[in-house]
Design a protein around this ligand. Structure first.
Ligand code: ARG
Length: 297
């Protein structure tokens, strides 16, 4: 089932199955990253502007930050000619079967034709690792950009599904059925917040960080219904520093683009440890921490 308003809801969180926290990090090596085309508002004017040594350094610091949190990082090699492949949140949506034993991924159907060839490399990576690979959406007839738009609720078999720019709303019916989970639908309303992970960061089962201006009132009401603590990033930090593209991999540390001063204060007040990182070369392409990794079980 999918739900778009609070009045549609016919379940409560306690009735849903639990979902263990994912503990493996996947990243894609950045040697082929550059800005070669414009497929989102942030890339405008940035073709050819990436400082490559700096981009490699930023990526290595992010990988080291995950390792410092005690997580192991699997690296899928980047591929020449696929400059956005480094944003490895987008090509798949990992999932776990209800009994917790079967690991799988839903393959994306990329909105941008430039990015479509990236998906096959993740399909073969996950096949090799023994995952069930669901390719129903990958035939190009619809649009779905994986964990850019589909985010697991912390600890529950419940999915948040953003749509409007890079993902088609209708895909969530199939995802809900295949994965046997309810999906909460959120309309995205501002082209600078074109993926759900640019404006919503689920920190733990109580706390979420959002930029409210990216949502419609019914979506905000759903978010407030499920999270007792809703932290709101200020507009400048959300828009220019991708504050909401942060990531909390372990319920404690929040990895975030450096300089989000107000957001960091909100996070610290909730007891999180802020880990500031420089992802500025990737911000030019419309991505930061959350986009550059995929969490799997
Ligand atoms: N340049 C990439 C694109 O437009 C950036 C992707 C960022 N990923 C994300 N999950 N927000 O597709």
């Amino acid at each position: 089932m999918t739900y778009q308003t609070v009045s549609d809801l016919d379940f409560s969180l306690d009735e849903l199955g639990s979902l263990p926290q994912p503990t493996n990090v996947v990243m894609t090596s950045p040697e082929h990253f550059k800005i070669a085309y414009v497929i989102n508002a942030h890339m405008e004017g940035n073709i050819g502007t990436v400082d490559k040594p700096k981009a490699l350094e930023d990526w290595a610091s992010l990988k080291a930050a995950y390792e410092a949190c005690g997580l192991s990082v699997d690296v899928v090699p980047g591929v020449a000619g696929l400059p956005d492949m480094v944003f490895c949140a987008n090509q798949t949506l990992p999932f776990l079967s209800r009994d917790g034993k079967g690991k799988g991924v839903v393959l994306s159907s990329m909105f941008a034709k430039e990015r479509a060839p990236e998906v096959q490399f993740f399909a073969s990576h996950f096949e090799k690792e023994g995952y069930v690979v669901v390719s129903d959406l990958a035939d190009g007839s619809t649009e779905f950009e994986g964990m850019g738009d589909a985010l697991w609720h912390s600890g529950k078999r419940l999915l948040w599904g953003g749509f409007g720019f890079r993902t088609d709303k209708s895909v969530y019916d199939l995802i809900s059925e295949r994965l046997d989970v309810p999906v909460l639908l959120l309309t995205l309303d501002d082209p600078e917040f074109y993926h759900l992970d640019t404006c919503m960061c689920i920190l733990n089962d109580e706390t979420v960080l959002i930029f409210p201006g990216a949502f419609k009132p019914e979506g905000l009401a759903l978010i407030r219904h499920f999270f007792p603590v809703v932290l709101e990033a200020p507009e400048d930090e959300a828009r220019t520093l991708f504050a909401c593209n942060a990531h909390c991999p372990d319920q404690k540390h929040v990895l975030i683009q450096k300089g989000c001063e107000v957001t960091n204060q909100l996070l610290r007040a909730q007891g999180f440890t802020v880990v500031e990182l420089d992802t500025s070369e990737y911000l030019k392409s419309g991505g930061s921490v959350f986009c550059m990794k995929l969490m799997t079980w």
